[in-house]
Design a protein around this ligand. Structure first.
Ligand SMILES: C[S@@+](CC[C@H](N)C(=O)[O-])C[C@H]1O[C@@H](n2cnc3c(N)ncnc32)[C@H](O)[C@@H]1O
Length: 291
């Protein structure tokens, strides 16, 4: 893995690593302690056991599997997981689809967690991670068969530069697989905070039409596109109901996203549910091919 340039601290760290920034333990330390408290060895975990903290998008692993099938990923393909978070999609693609995955994320605490979780689940040979801005990675050109991006583009102010980078990194005919949050038809301001932003300045939602136009201008031809809003809303409603109930009896539960985002997580989830229901945001899943 080429060395990533030293990045200035990302303004997103204050959002995604808020509990540590507020004086708490580093993310990996908090998560490892929670696994121990739940009776699990944090150095030996299963993919099921880490699913509560490594799928930071609507729909969890089911949505990732759906996108992989939509984009026809096949064993041996090299996939770049852009805005990989704690690396769940990279591990799923390696484990279930036989892909070789490289995850890139601007939040250093997430990259550290992704590396640890891949080691702990025995996936370190097929998943690699680096901390970099998706618009300017140190990776060699034409190194990937597919770019994978789930719920991350809406955090990125420089979409044109990111798409140019994807062109550079993909082999000719390579694919872009997107599972993204876009602006809905309702122009009201978002209810905030949401899982990707606490302030309007951190949210870079574009309309479906603007995203499609930008992809076309960057040389990507659409192969499949679905509106996944209804499924995402049903999933979010179910999870918001669960988050509102007291912890289940039977001892400490496995760590969930609340340990990553802190006590604001339930509010973020409710706001996302309400933004989906009011058509302030929509969810797309699609595949584009480099012409
Ligand atoms: C909502 S999380 C989704 C994480 C992961 N894709 C998933 O679905 O579990 C968005 C991620 O995008 C990352 N991100 C935002 N802007 C980025 C950028 N310019 N370059 C790389 N990663 C970025 C954030 O750090 C965060 O991990």
């Amino acid at each position: 893995m080429p060395a990533a340039p030293v990045l200035p601290p990302s303004p997103l760290e204050g959002h995604y690593d808020a509990p540590a920034r507020a004086g708490g333990e580093p993310l990996v330390v908090r998560l490892a302690a929670a696994f121990r408290a739940a009776g699990h060895d944090p150095e030996h975990l299963s993919l099921d056991e880490v699913a509560g903290i490594d799928q930071l998008h609507l729909g969890g692993r089911r949505a990732s599997r759906h996108l992989a099938v939509l984009g026809r990923l096949t064993p041996g393909e090299r996939v770049l997981d852009v805005g990989c978070g704690t690396g769940g999609a990279s591990r799923l693609l390696a484990d279930e689809f036989g892909c070789e995955a490289v995850g890139v994320d601007i939040t250093a605490a997430f990259v550290a967690a992704a590396e640890w979780l891949s080691r702990a689940t025995g996936m370190a040979d097929h998943t690699h991670f680096l901390c970099a801005d998706a618009a300017y990675s140190p990776l060699p050109g034409r190194a990937f068969d597919a770019v994978w991006c789930q719920h991350a583009l809406m955090n990125m102010p420089e979409v044109a530069a990111v798409l140019a980078e994807w062109r550079r990194l993909l082999v000719p005919g390579g694919r872009v697989l997107l599972h993204e949050v876009v602006a809905g038809d309702n122009p009201e301001p978002l209810a905030l905070p949401v899982p990707w932003a606490s302030t309007p300045a951190a949210s870079h939602l574009q309309t479906r039409e603007a995203l499609e136009t930008r992809l076309a201008e960057a040389g990507f031809v659409i192969e499949a596109l679905e509106d996944a809003t209804e499924t995402a809303l049903a999933w979010r409603q179910k999870h918001s109901r669960r988050e509102a109930t007291a912890a289940a009896p039977g001892g400490p539960a496995l760590p969930g996203p609340g340990l990553i985002f802190g006590e604001r997580f339930a509010e973020m989830g409710r706001n996302l549910r309400d933004n989906l229901a009011a058509d302030r945001v929509r969810i797309l899943a699609g595949c584009w091919r480099l012409a």
